[in-house]
Design a protein around this ligand. Structure first.
Ligand SMILES: Cc1cc2nc3c(=O)[nH]c(=O)nc-3n(C[C@H](O)[C@H](O)[C@H](O)COP(=O)(O)O)c2cc1C
Length: 169
């Protein structure tokens, strides 16, 4: 047994990897999205999902402005886009959809952009937010969802990061 730095140990808890989008899909400067690993279901009834977002994220601003967001589960096919575009660039500086070469569709039940072809897409209506340390826990109710069967979701944890980055190269 060896002791770990508790904060480092939390990096070893497997997380999903999602792209969370928000805004008006038809207006390039009013749409955005970010890679997010801190995404979890937090209630059965109603079906609630929480995303921990740093307050300075452009995506957070769009969630608050438009009252909704879309969680896209990422498969290997979307990994490079998730890491190098949605997880690295700022929506305040670039239209990430244009950079990624993606024409976003309109979400059906909320105002938000959808990345076509993502293996699982969950549209969420904003229901509340909670201060949690240096992040804001943004909570939404899953109101519509659809899937593109056949692709496995990526699991994100620190020791797989190097391996995953190799796959994106
Ligand atoms: C694998 C990965 C996971 C991430 N998870 C989160 C997260 O859960 N919460 C968060 O606030 N930022 C997270 N980020 C950082 C944002 O995706 C990144 O800062 C992004 O550029 C923010 O874009 P925006 O300012 O346009 O919203 C993650 C980045 C990566 C690469």
């Amino acid at each position: 047994m060896r002791y770990l730095n508790p904060s480092d140990a939390l990096e070893l808890v497997p997380q999903p990897l999602a792209i969370v989008t928000a805004g008006d899909p038809d207006r390039p400067w009013e749409r955005g999205g970010m890679a997010a690993a801190w995404v979890s279901r937090v209630s059965w009834t109603p079906p609630l999902v929480a995303v921990a977002m740093a307050r300075e994220r452009y995506t957070y601003r769009l969630v608050r402005k438009y009252g909704g967001f879309v969680v896209h589960v990422v498969s290997r096919r979307f990994l490079k886009m998730a890491l190098e575009v949605f997880g690295s660039l700022s929506g305040a500086a670039v239209d990430k959809f244009e950079v990624a070469g993606v024409k976003p569709a309109r979400a059906e039940a909320v105002t938000a952009p959808v990345i076509p072809g993502a293996p699982v897409v969950i549209e969420c209506r904003f229901v509340g937010e909670y201060e949690v340390g240096d992040h804001v826990l943004v909570v939404g109710e899953a109101v519509r969802a659809y899937s593109q069967p056949g692709e496995e979701p990526v699991v994100w944890y620190d020791s797989s990061a190097a391996e995953i980055r190799k796959l994106t190269g």
